[in-house]
Every structure is written in structure tokens, then in C-alpha cells.
Design a protein around this ligand. Structure first.
Ligand code: ADE
Ligand code: ZN
Ligand code: ZN
Length: 268
């Protein structure tokens, strides 16, 4: 996602944190965050160039197939296993479990939290688990209404921006309020399914990546070719997917943090 998508995911997550998780997050946030997780959620994009190793941690790519396999697809360009968005989520989650250990953690848990919050957002962007060949839609040139862009950017930014402009008075806060309202009304029965994850002391990021490649095939890539113009038809049929993925990401980020810091903390 772009900056706005990441902020929205984290604004939703903040609302669903347990007391313990909220307190731990407060303690780990940098001074500059002003006490809000959402302000640091775009940070990982700002350090992509400084921390060059972190670049492949934002996504995973498949060899042109509509399924995701950790052993096949989760690696960087040098073939190092786990260097993709799914491995990153599991790794930073694992690091955060050392919070509160008597022996001071050797990890910078502030950075672990900021990376985790960002990557849980990214794994829910369908084209962050896309095809290697087109770099998750980055090399597919399209027009978004009249403007020239690429398919990846449409899913990171344009759909969200158009929705904010057309439905929400150009206000991100209004859009977040609408998503929160959906979560308490229309999606309330889905939340427990979204949160459900049987993996002890690990995450279900692998499952979120599988959902994303399915959505990439069935919605993002569907009926798209080089230089096509995407407009109302595409926007109105894909926007519901974007809304739901932002909300799911927020719920699941909160759920991961609650498992790490909260009362239901599992045994090592
Ligand atoms: N670069 C290469 N593949 C990518 C993807 N799926 N998402 C974002 N950036 C990428
Ligand atoms: Zn992206
Ligand atoms: Zn990212």
C-alpha cells in the first residue's frame, strides 16, 4: 500500500488492541510517533533505500501461478529463504516476543514493531503477492481514468484516492470511520474468522499471502492488459476488495499484537 493505506490499516488496528498490547506499543513507539501507531506505519517505505536488504520484505512473487508456496516463493534475489513479506512478518513477530524478557533483547524492538505493522498491511495488498514476471503489476502500464500509471500503483494508491475523493469528501478520517462502521455492522460476523490463527507463537501470514495471490488473479490482474484504460467498471468492482483487505489487515495486526503482548500470551 501507499502511505494512506498503511495509515488506515494501523488506525483500524489501534482500535482493536488489548490494554496490554496498547501499553506495550506505547512503550515501544518512538518519541516522534506522538503516541499513535499509525504515524509510524509508513516508515518501512522510507528506509527501503537506507536498509537495502529490506526491499524484498515488502512482497513475494510467484512464477506466474495463482498460488503461493513459502519454500518456492519466499526468498530474495540471492535465493536467501524467508526474505519476503511472509518471512518478515514471522521474523518480526518472533523478535517482539522477547519484549519484557529479563535479559535485555538484542533486537531493536521499536524497529521490529514498525516493520511488523507495515508488512502486515503489505501482505494484504493483493499485488504484493503477484507474478515475478511483472513485478506485482509494476511493469503493467495502464491508465487510471486519464492518468498514466501502472497496475501496482493503482492498487497501492489510486483506488484508495478515488474512493476518498468520490465517497469520503477527500478525508482519510471519514474513510477510516466508514471502515470501522463496516467492522461493527456488516463484517462483525467475519472478524473472528479473520483473526483465527491456530499457529502458536507464529502468525498466519502464509495464509494471508495465499488469499492475496487469489485476489490478485481474480480481481487485480483479471481482464487487464498492457496500456488498457481502467475506469468506473474496474473501480466499482475492485473497490470493495480494497476496503475489505484494509480492514482485514487492521484486525489481523491487532490480533498479532494482542497475542504477543496481551493476556492470551502463549507459552514459548
Ligand atoms: N517488486 C517486485 N515485485 C514486487 C511486488 N510484488 N510488489 C512490490 N514491489 C515489487
Ligand atoms: Zn506496493
Ligand atoms: Zn511496503
Amino acid at each position: 500500500w501507499g502511505k494512506q493505506g498503511h495509515i488506515m490499516v494501523c488506525k483500524i488496528a489501534e482500535k482493536y488492541l488489548s490494554e496490554k498490547a496498547a501499553a506495550a506499543v506505547q512503550e515501544l513507539l518512538p518519541e516522534s510517533a506522538g503516541g499513535e501507531l499509525s504515524t509510524v506505519c509508513p516508515w518501512a517505505d522510507e528506509v527501503r533505500f537506507h536498509y537495502r536488504w529490506s526491499r524484498p520484505l515488502h512482497y513475494a512473487n510467484t512464477p506466474g501461478v495463482c498460488n503461493f508456496s513459502f519454500s518456492r516463493d519466499c526468498h530474495n534475489s540471492r535465493g536467501q529463504q524467508g526474505m519476503c513479506v511472509v518471512g518478515a512478518i514471522n521474523n518480526y513477530t518472533d523478535q517482539l516476543y522477547s519484549y519484557g524478557d529479563s535479559k535485555k533483547s538484542s533486537y531493536n524492538l521499536t524497529e521490529s514493531l514498525m516493520f511488523l505493522a507495515h508488512f502486515v498491511g503489505d501482505v494484504h495488498q493483493p499485488l504484493h503477492v503477484g507474478y515475478e514476471e511483472d513485478e506485482g503489476g509494476n511493469t503493467i502500464v495502464v491508465r487510471w481514468y486519464r492518468r498514466k500509471t501502472n497496475l501496482h500503483h493503482v492498487w497501492d494508491n489510486s483506488i484508495i484516492e478515488t474512493a476518498m475523493k468520490d465517497f469520503y469528501n477527500r478525508s482519510m478520517d471519514t474513510m477510516v470511520e466508514a471502515l470501522k462502521m463496516n467492522l461493527t455492522d456488516g463484517w462483525s460476523d467475519d472478524i473472528s474468522h479473520w483473526e483465527n490463527c491456530a499457529n502458536k507463537r507464529a502468525t498466519c501470514a502464509n495464509h494471508y499471502a495465499i488469499e492475496s495471490i487469489h485476489l490478485a488473479c481474480n480481481y487485480a490482474y483479471k481482464d487487464v492488459e498492457q496500456n488498457i484504460t481502467l475506469g468506473d467498471d474496474y473501480f466499482f468492482s475492485r473497490y470493495p476488495v480494497v476496503e475489505k483487505r484494509l480492514a482485514q489487515a487492521g484486525i489481523r495486526l491487532a490480533s498479532i499484537l494482542n497475542r504477543i503482548f496481551g493476556d492470551d500470551k502463549q507459552d514459548a
